[in-house]
Design a protein around this ligand. Sequence first.
Ligand code: HBI
Ligand code: FE
Length: 289
Amino acid sequence: MSEPVSKNRYHDAPRATDFTIDQAWDTYSSAEHDRWTRLFRRQREIAKGRACDTALKAMSNLELSASGIPHMGELSDKLEKLTGWRVVPVAELVPDEIFFDHLANRRFPAGAFIRPEAEFDYLQEPDIFHDIFGHVPLLANPVFADFMQAYGKGGQRAMQLGQLHNLARLYWYTVEFGLIREGDDLRIYGAGILSSPNETVFALEDDSPNRIAFDLQRIMRTKYIIDDFQQTYFVIDSFDALLDACYKDFGNVYQDVRDADDIEAHETIPQDGLIHRGTLDYFRNKVKA
Ligand code: HBI
Ligand code: FE
């Protein structure tokens, strides 16, 4: 595990063996609550008509609002009634095996810190807004809740098999940057998109990125970038379809991908279920700039 890029105020908080800390909700300043309020108001507006219905409905079911940073214990009490999941505070990224153990036990580790004003629009580490606005609503959906627990169990196994990088790609192109069909339209369910105003628009409306139908093996072979918009987004038909595709022993899937070449983040291959072949202009212009 690399040291966190920026040390937030929870970095030195006393932590349990499972890396959970005390959220210390009373220590949030009015400036921190106000930052949540502005982040929430802006993203809630942009998400209308772009986030999947499941996420939007869950936000109101869980009473997520602009009225300040949520108390994770109170939020967990509501979430637990729906799918058995709880949200547990952590200081920053936790070691993979700890992360998977939490997911395998229906505990989602959420950063307790909120991004500094200087990183209002974008930050690399998952802060409380990314984790709670981006990830938590979908944990209220029973099918996605099962998928996330299965991912946790799969992660523990993938580490033993030395194929974590393949599984991390599945997480990246679904849980973080996944799109879903809704009727004839595409909508967002990936937390990395949902918590980012610019990528919320880019992922659905820009001609630049590829949009390809979900394919488990193909995704496990596909590289990704962590510091910019994605060059390719994968589209599931439904959360049931995602769970069906993944609710199996990955043993032979790892076998298939182990010997196959990696696919670059911008590439398309003949077997792709192409929904939109991207122009990749966004990335070309970046190279020129
Ligand atoms: N830790 N707190 C936290 N949040 C994450 O999303 C997270 C993590 N540790 C590891 C991790 N994600 C990913 O690298 C896993 O998918 C492997
Ligand atoms: Fe995330």
